[in-house]
Design a protein around this ligand. Structure first.
Ligand code: ATP
Length: 304
């Protein structure tokens, strides 16, 4: 697998406190990598190190295989763009002027692709409106547009939907997916909104107390989700007998509710049970969420 960014044993100490401890992270090219962890887990520190805003105490990272210890890293870092903390927007400027400023900062000789970038983030019709009159969602999209100047391959977004209303969240989600599919941009996104992240992420890194405790891709995660069917029955005893005979894994939840932890044919089950004088009043398929998976993992790690 080709990794656009890898970290090797990154450690960051603040005095005696280890904020990052042997971080090994792998971001595949083309991925939307969700970085998950609670407050203080070390996400921002890690992101700042990768973005070149802070130096690790030890360890290294590589962008397209170029080590952070090599002189070529300065060139390689140009393939990264990002919004870390607040986007670098000038509020008394229009969207277009903000972008022009970024072209100058990066040292690009002409405003090539400027209109295309404005269109991509749907800010091409904001005309003379200054950024201080933009909604939070528009400001966030402008931040993304600024990060897109210079054609990065990897965009790093630290909490991109914080404070956005539902419409703003959908706009950012669609923009990220569009940039990923159409422009082949890889994303590293840290977010507390696990439900939202699970709608777009293709892989995850779970960080806890300065350590990456798990890297997992979407497919592996889905296999980990335990699907269960919860049934409500009139004759618990007969139902248990039937499940025992069939060798199905189950758990009795109450006098009339049983969880079955295997894929089952519900019609078959209903017919079989009705022959045994047991009616199925209700059934629901329940899947585990990313949040549950994360909480179980963190819970396990806390008990280490
Ligand atoms: P949040 O979601 O709250 O932003 P985070 O996962 O991004 O949390 P970091 O900001 O990376 O966490 O902080 C990791 C740990 O390092 C925290 O315990 C924090 O208090 C500590 N820390 C961060 N910066 C410094 C600093 N400059 N000096 C001392 N400790 C620091």
């Amino acid at each position: 697998m080709e990794y656009i960014l890898e970290t090797k044993n990154i450690e960051k100490k603040y005095g005696k406190f280890k904020a990052l401890n042997n971080i090994n992270m792998h971001i595949p090219k083309g991925a939307i990598y969700g970085l998950i962890g609670k407050n203080g887990a070390g996400k921002t520190t890690l992101i700042r190190i990768i973005s070149g805003l802070q130096k690790p105490t030890s360890g290294e990272y590589a962008i397209y295989g170029i080590s952070s210890n090599s002189k070529k890293i300065v060139e390689a870092r140009k393939r990264l763009g990002g919004i870390v903390e607040t986007p670098s927007i000038c509020l008394d400027m229009t969207a277009e002027d903000n972008l022009k400023e970024q072209y100058k900062v990066i040292g690009l000789p002409s405003y090539d692709n400027l209109q295309e970038i404005l269109k991509l983030v749907r800010l091409n019709d904001t005309g003379k409106k200054k950024a201080n009159h933009f909604s939070l969602g528009m400001k966030q999209r402008l931040g993304l547009a600024i990060a897109l100047v210079g054609n990065p391959d990897l965009l790093i977004l630290d909490e991109p939907i914080n404070g956005l209303d539902p419409e703003g969240i959908i706009e950012i989600r669609e923009l990220i997916l569009r940039l990923n599919k159409e422009k082949n941009i890889t994303f590293l996104i840290s977010s507390h909104y696990l439900d939202e992240l699970s709608k777009i992420a293709t892989c995850y890194g779970i960080i806890n107390k300065g350590k990456i405790i798990k890297e997992i891709n979407k497919e592996e995660l889905e296999q980990n989700f335990r699907i269960r069917t919860q049934i409500n029955v009139t004759n618990l005893k007969e139902c248990v007998k039937y499940l025992e005979e069939k060798g199905l894994k189950y758990k009795v939840i109450s006098n009339d509710i049983i969880d079955i932890y295997e894929k089952i044919n519900v019609t078959e089950l209903v017919i079989a049970l009705s022959k045994r004088n047991c009616i199925v009043n209700d059934f629901q398929e329940k899947g585990e969420s990313l949040e549950n998976y994360y909480l179980n993992l963190i819970g396990g790690a806390e008990n280490d």
